[in-house]
Design a protein around this ligand. Structure first.
Ligand SMILES: Nc1ncnc2c1ncn2[C@@H]1O[C@H](COP(=O)(O)OP(=O)(O)OP(=O)(O)O)[C@@H](O)[C@H]1O
Length: 521
């Protein structure tokens, strides 16, 4: 049994001990870890269904994927452990079919229907049963359905339950998409173990639950398998290279080379020699013939990053390759034919550059056949935590550290920061925090000063030692109160404070211990 499921079984509750929101958050965290595993998408989904059965009283879980949208077989379901009455199976099937069929006309988000208990069903007869079914989709892309029977002993809040399940449905959708884009990541279990970190993460999956990333995935889906030129737009660090890589890996060219050139890194002559190659003696220092990147990419894909930085002369040469699919090496006379898909990226506004005469319009039209814009991280805040979790897991393994959780204040700081360096900045920030953290927790003070300032700007113009110490103290008090369920005396003892000092500190930071009692009851 894998460790996630082992820990789940240890914590497994009986049906009448299901404890609401806290439990749901824990389940979501467990599900994230399970889905990030590298040993097969279907197995991971089945494990998540098992977790939902054991911890959320959601039995008979099944996922139906629509044929052709996600190539991973039609249905994934929990087998074996749950004895399910055929009548209940039927209700789930009917609910699933109804969601699937109404898609053709209109999107019906959920079906919740009460199920009658039958004699065969091995659940306490006092339980109320509900059939739940909701769609799995990414943006406008409809992928399938997620269905369960919910076993309930008390009042049932369908809205809250569906909100929780819709987060899971989104995670499944995301995973299905990654699975589609990186099918070869489904390693055999033994091979997965052999692959030590960080090689597992060489080709990172694209994480993102936001609507805007859903749209990006939809566009990827449409264009990946074609030979169309794609222009990827977005600020530095948003993941443009990751998208280019995904386009190549999901095209018929995937077995052929994927060649990346950073056009901003080289001066004009060197860039041309890099792109088209040169003959011996073409210029001082050209001591031997050299093949260019277009030649090396033949049959595959070339990714020209920072395309807005190439000179007007190089733009003409590039235009010719795009139109004629041929070029000459520098100093050479023979024409070389090439069959290359061109993907470009920039963080500049090429239309403004055209107006200024810095970029050729004809080249722009050739490159911009299929534009994909990746929004900055600050405009898709819902992606921050899933991406953070992914990087925590990545760097926890790379640096061999134990990280059990991220403190609530640290999560707040990560969520409220504006991330000018986008995902790259977030990645660096999390690697640093993983290295600095101790006791298995990432806390606010493990994050870089830029984030501390962001949190404090409203109260305190500058970041100074006192404000940093204050925020650390507040965080420790919040943590202790959380752990002791709002018991001030116990929390004071844990922190080595007297009750009186604890009371004063709570007052100073406007902390109300009663809030923690409520949360945990
Ligand atoms: N959605 C994402 N999920 C996981 N990792 C991501 C995501 N987006 C970006 N990254 C990671 O963030 C880092 C920066 O991404 P990438 O190099 O693709 O950005 P970029 O837009 O090409 O940047 P630049 O314009 O500076 O070249 C990489 O390590 C990449 O793997």
């Amino acid at each position: 049994m894998n460790p996630e499921l082992e820990s789940t079984s240890m914590l497994a509750r009986t049906f009448d001990d299901f404890s609401g929101r806290e439990n749901q958050i824990e389940v979501l965290k467990l599900a994230t870890h399970v889905l990030e595993r590298n040993d097969g998408f279907k197995a991971a989904i089945r494990d998540v269904l098992t977790i939902l059965e054991k911890r959320c009283n959601l039995i008979g879980g099944r996922i139906n994927f629509i044929d052709g949208v996600v190539d991973i077989g039609k249905e994934i379901r929990l087998k074996g452990e749950s004895p399910i009455d055929p009548a209940i199976e039927d209700t789930v099937s009917v609910a699933t079919k109804s969601v699937l069929s109404t898609w053709r006309q209109k999107m019906v988000p959920v079906t919740v229907s009460k199920v009658k208990q039958q004699g065969l069903f091995k659940v306490d007869r006092e339980a109320q049963l509900y059939a739940l079914c909701l769609p799995i989709k990414l943006g406008e892309l409809k992928m399938g359905t997620l269905s369960f029977v919910k076993v309930c002993y008390g009042p049932f809040d369908p809205k809250a339950e569906m909100n929780f399940l819709s987060v899971l449905a989104l995670m499944f959708a995301q995973c299905a998409m990654i699975n589609r884009f990186y099918p070869d990541q489904q390693l055999e279990p033994e091979k997965a173990n052999e692959q030590a970190m960080p090689r597992d993460f060489e080709r990172s999956p694209i994480i993102g639950n936001s609507k805007s990333m859903g749209r990006v995935f939809g566009l990827l889906e449409q264009v990946a398998a074609t030979d169309t030129s794609v222009l990827i737009l977005g600020e530095s660090g948003v993941g443009k290279e990751l998208i280019a890589d995904a386009l190549h890996k999901n095209s018929p060219r995937r077995e052929k080379p994927f060649i990346k050139v950073n056009c901003a890194a080289l001066p004009e002559t060197l860039l041309e020699s890099e792109l088209f190659g040169h003959e011996k003696g073409a210029f001082t220092g050209a001591q031997a013939q050299k093949k260019g990147r277009f030649e090396l990419a033949n049959g595959g894909t070339i990714f020209l990053d920072e395309i807005g930085d190439i000179s007007l002369t190089t733009q003409i040469k590039l235009l010719r390759v795009l139109q004629e699919r041929e070029f000459e090496r520098l100093g050479g006379e023979s024409t070389i034919k090439c069959d290359v898909r061109v993907i470009t990226a920039t963080n500049q506004n090429l239309e403004v550059m055209i107006d200024k005469g810095d970029f050729r319009q004809d080249l722009y039209y050739r490159l911009n056949v299929f534009p994909i814009s990746i929004p900055p991280l600050r405009e898709r805040k819902t992606d921050i935590i899933p991406i953070t979790d992914y990087f925590v897991e990545k760097y926890r393994k790379v640096h061999n550290k134990t990280i059990r959780r991220i403190s609530t204040p640290a999560i707040d700081m990560l969520s409220s920061y504006h991330w000018p360096g986008n995902v790259r900045e977030l990645e660096n920030c999390i690697e640093r925090a993983v290295l600095l953290s101790n006791e298995g927790v990432i806390r606010g003070h493990h994050l870089p000063p830029s984030l501390q300032t962001a949190e404090n700007t409203s109260k305190n113009a500058g970041s100074n030692l006192q404000s940093t110490l204050d925020s650390m103290e507040k965080e420790l008090i919040l943590d202790a109160l959380k752990e002791t369920k709002g018991n001030m005396a116990k929390a004071a003892r844990e922190l080595g404070l007297t009750e009186r000092v604890m009371g004063l500190r709570a007052k100073k930071y406007k902390i109300d211990p009663r809030k923690f009692k409520k949360q945990n009851s």
